[in-house]
Design a protein around this ligand. Structure first.
Ligand code: ADP
Length: 464
């Protein structure tokens, strides 16, 4: 049974982990889809911005400048590097009006979030005759940004790749002659944007899904926890009940076997003829009968709950009551090596208790101290007044009860087992009954114990 439950718990946890993994995978997929959809949405929204005539004319200034510079380059008047430097100077000059216009267009679309924009130079290649001459990129010219903000971020992305192929004329002077030459220029650029808080926007769009997933996950974990807890509890109850049946069967066996032998003896003529033997056998029958009666009473009475117990309360003086109780207890345990320390409260306090039930409740604790205690047993009974409560402390020098068992000690049928073995007879009802009686008196009982040191039961009942 224990193994089965362990397997069940492991299987449930493994299933939960697998389900969580699948859920995480689905969330990740959804996240990627939402991210792509959001980026696409942004790209579509801004795709037409740079077609604005004002931005076009600013780009024309740049194009014209490039044409003149490339002409100079072809005439060997300037280097490649200077072409790019000049391009940068012009782009720096037009950058502010370009970006202001760009921003205005962005504002008019009303995206609802901020984006950063830049235009990068990919390449400038000049074709003259059969020769290709790459002006950009080159090892000495790395930075490709020529319009917009010069940002670097792994989350930026290209929204547009442009390629223009233009035929340029330029004038060449050789000796005294002037020629009109043409060359083709291939100009490649790309537009890059960065949506600054795209992560929070995508997460916001996934909020419902995320919240539902987390809630569902917590619900499943809660359900699993509850089911396993119930299962373990159920198992514990079954074990306790089996234990109780074993205990009671064991307790009943001895008196029944003795009664069977006694009744057989009574049929024996020799015993019937001897008055002494007959009386002895009858006494045995009587004792065993009383024992059986006591056992049944114990089960019937001790298993009552606080609500079922009807109290008949009397007024008693604590000193008289406890001194009598201790005297009775000492008498009943004469054959044990026992030392009882009496520290009963000296100021006579009047208690309102059901003496029959309360005495049995206290006796259960005292008898347990003897039953489970070491020999010689030392018990200390102390009582005192604390505010409006009367405190009864019963301490013993017994084996003690470990922390885990202390929590269940007052449960019905609970017995501390050593492995699976109970060394001392009992039904696990004594402390349950005691706690119910204390409860019926509107009081409370707690246990304090340390293994190998001893146990202390503390009862508090209100003083009326
Ligand atoms: P029972 O004595 O019939 O088993 P109880 O309800 O009286 O049932 O006690 C429950 C368990 O508490 C016992 O099985 C015993 O192991 C433990 N116990 C009770 N009193 C003491 C004590 N004074 N010292 C050590 N263990 C105790």
């Amino acid at each position: 049974m224990k193994n089965k439950i362990t397997i069940l718990i492991i299987a449930s946890i493994a299933t939960l982990i697998a389900l969580s993994g699948i859920q995480a995978y689905l969330i990740e997929n959804t996240y990627q889809l939402k991210k792509r959809a959001f980026i696409q949405e942004t790209d579509d929204a801004i795709s037409d911005i740079d077609n604005h005539p004002e931005l076009d004319s600013l780009m024309d200034i740049l194009g014209e400048d490039l044409r003149v510079n490339l002409g100079d380059y072809e005439n060997d008047r300037i280097s490649k590097k200077t072409v790019i430097q000049k391009l940068r100077t012009v782009s720096d000059n037009i950058n502010t009006p370009y970006m202001q216009r760009y921003q205005k267009e962005l504002d008019s679309i009303n995206l609802g979030y901020k984006i950063r924009y830049k235009r990068e130079l990919v390449s400038i290649v000049v074709f003259t005759g059969e020769k290709n001459d790459t002006i950009f990129p080159s090892s000495s010219m790395q930075n490709a940004t020529f319009l917009g903000e010069d940002f670097k971020d792994k989350d930026s992305h290209v929204v547009k790749n442009s390629r223009t192929f233009t035929e340029f004329d330029f004038i060449t002077q050789e000796k005294d002659s002037v020629f009109l030459n043409t060359f083709d220029v291939e100009l490649k650029t790309r537009d890059v944007i960065l949506i600054t808080d795209w992560k929070s926007i995508v997460f916001r769009r996934m909020a419902t899904l995320l919240i539902c997933s987390v809630l569902l996950f917590l619900f499943v974990v809660g359900l699993l926890y509850y089911s396993i807890k119930k299962l373990i509890n159920q198992k514990k109850i079954t074990e306790i009940k089996t234990d109780f049946i074993n205990n009671i069967t064991h307790e009943l066996k001895t008196p029944l076997a003795t009664l069977s032998v006694a009744s057989k003896s009574l049929k024996n003529k020799e015993i019937r003829n001897s008055e002494e033997a007959f009386d002895n056998t009858l006494a045995i029958v009587d004792r065993q009968n009383t024992r059986l009666q006591k056992l049944i009473d114990q089960v019937l009475t001790n298993s009552l709950s606080a609500n079922d117990i009807v109290l008949s309360k009397d007024l008693v003086t604590d000193t008289d009551y406890f001194n009598d109780l201790i005297a009775d207890f000492k008498l009943a345990t004469q054959q044990h090596e026992l030392e009882v320390e009496n520290n009963i409260c000296s100021q006579e306090v009047v208690l309102r208790i059901d003496t029959f039930h309360f005495t049995t409740a206290i006796m259960n604790i005292l008898e347990n101290a003897v039953k489970y205690g070491n020999s010689p047993t030392k018990i200390s009974i102390e009582t005192f007044v604390k505010g409006s409560t009367y405190v009864i402390k019963i301490m013993d020098n017994g084996p003690g009860i470990n922390q885990k068992d202390q929590q269940q000690i007052f449960d019905k049928f609970f017995r501390v087992s050593h492995g699976n073995v109970h060394n001392v007879k009992g039904l696990g009802l004594g402390l349950y009954y005691t706690s119910q009686i204390v409860k019926a008196h509107d009081g409370e009982i707690i246990v304090e114990s340390e293994v190998h040191k001893g146990t202390t039961f503390i009862i508090q009942i209100p003083i009326h």
